[in-house]
Design a protein around this ligand. Structure first.
Ligand SMILES: Cc1cc2nc3c(=O)[nH]c(=O)nc-3n(C[C@H](O)[C@H](O)[C@H](O)COP(=O)(O)OP(=O)(O)OC[C@H]3O[C@@H](n4cnc5c(N)ncnc54)[C@H](O)[C@@H]3O)c2cc1C
Length: 350
């Protein structure tokens, strides 16, 4: 018998598995990675986000927790500067209003309006009149992080590459069995694939497909792009002369592959941003797990108290997975209540 069975080794499953091991718990993980959002994510953590330059709540506290997890893997995590290009007058007006609000909220340290320290960018991008510099961002190389722990879990013999199915699950009052093995707790970290079983069907979801393109810019490398450029989407260096641009938000989708229209739209947008020639090398897509109120869900199943979930990390999985995992571990092992804002119990009556 093991203490925990964890379904999924994306960011949520990996971090909670790691934290439970650190507490001396015995665990088993089931994961087939082909549906992983974490493996296609750009891993950005940005304090000022979206069309409206919204301040990501509690960003610095969440980032400290995230750093503690990610810095343990060599070369997986680094601090980055984001330059947000403001192209239209409407956007500029939104920024003017929001920057006043950020100053009132004592968040002025999260941005500056003087990006002149990056003169390289003038050679390769069309720099608009207004640019916001966001110096406190960070980036996780998600595949490096996940592969590191996948190898570690495999070496411990606690990760099986198999698909979880409810046909093999039997629920009892205080424990469950899966394929004949007994577990005290079952934790679902299965991202948007939770839609394929009924255990948490009372949690309303609006998962969002995201697509991006990998491009080749001849003769241009990370030295020419020391920052991540954002025009609402992100342009980031990957390796050598390869960069990534995206991602889209597609709320109604029937497949999980990159759409031709999206690739064409991203290519056109990028051509408006860059002054240098580029070629599209490949396109990738994944599905962000999103809950209807755009807030993660963590906690116990409404009927089965030994069944738990971490889901709905949306477009902020890298920033939020460490906090959500900590909340669930503290709750299960020490009985510390999960804040109502994140608690899956908020959907029990609806
Ligand atoms: C294009 C794109 C770009 C993104 N960019 C960013 C970004 O820049 N910054 C950021 O913070 N976030 C970003 N995200 C969001 C981020 O990827 C997610 O919030 C996060 O990865 C969700 O992690 P998770 O562990 O909950 O789910 P997942 O990563 O989806 O992990 C779930 C795992 O469970 C497995 N699984 C599911 N069902 C089963 C089953 N029945 N049996 C076995 N295994 C199963 C899946 O295959 C997968 O491996 C992006 C997402 C996309 C799609």
């Amino acid at each position: 018998m093991s203490d925990f069975l964890i379904i999924g080794q994306g960011l949520a499953g990996t971090i909670i598995a790691k934290q439970l091991l650190e507490h001396g718990c015995s665990i088993q993980i089931l994961d087939t990675p082909e549906f992983s959002a974490s493996r296609v994510a750009s891993g950005l953590m940005n304090p000022v986000i979206g069309k409206r330059f919204t301040l990501s709540p509690d960003f610095l506290t969440q980032k400290i927790l995230a750093e503690q997890q990610y810095r343990q893997v060599p070369d997986a995590y680094n601090s980055v500067n984001v330059l947000r290009y403001i192209h239209t007058y409407d956007e500029y007006q939104r920024w003017e209003k929001q920057s006043q609000f950020l100053i009132q909220k004592n968040a002025a340290h999260l941005f500056s309006q003087t990006p002149e320290q990056f003169p390289e960018l003038y050679r390769h991008t069309k720099i608009p009149e207004h640019v916001v510099h966001i110096p406190n961002a960070a980036r996780l190389h998600t595949t490096a992080f996940l592969e590191f722990y996948r190898n570690y879990f495999k070496a411990l013999g606690i990760l099986s590459e198999q698909t979880f199915t409810t046909n093999e699950l039997t629920l009892h009052q205080d424990y469950c069995t899966y394929m004949g093995e007994r577990y005290s707790h079952l934790i679902f970290c299965d991202g948007w694939r939770s839609a394929y079983h009924t255990l948490f069907e009372y949690v309303p979801t609006i998962h969002a497909k995201g697509e991006f393109i990998n491009i080749h810019i001849p003769g241009v490398n990370s030295g020419d792009f020391p920052v991540i450029i954002s025009n609402g989407k992100y342009l980031a260096h990957i390796q050598n002369n390869i960069f990534r641009f995206g991602a889209t938000y597609v709320w109604n989708f029937s497949d999980t592959t990159p759409g031709n229209e999206s690739v064409a739209m991203l290519t056109t947008e990028l051509a408006q941003l860059l002054t240098c020639p580029f070629t599209v090398e490949s396109a990738l897509a994944g599905v962000r797990p999103v809950v209807k109120d755009i807030t993660p869900v963590v906690g116990q199943h409404k009927q089965w108290k030994h069944i738990h979930t971490i889901n709905g990390l949306g477009s902020k999985g890298a920033l939020l997975a460490p906090l959500m995992s900590k909340l669930l571990v503290d709750n299960i092992l020490n009985g510390i209540p999960i804040p109502a804002k994140y608690n899956v119990a908020r959907f029990e009556q609806k």
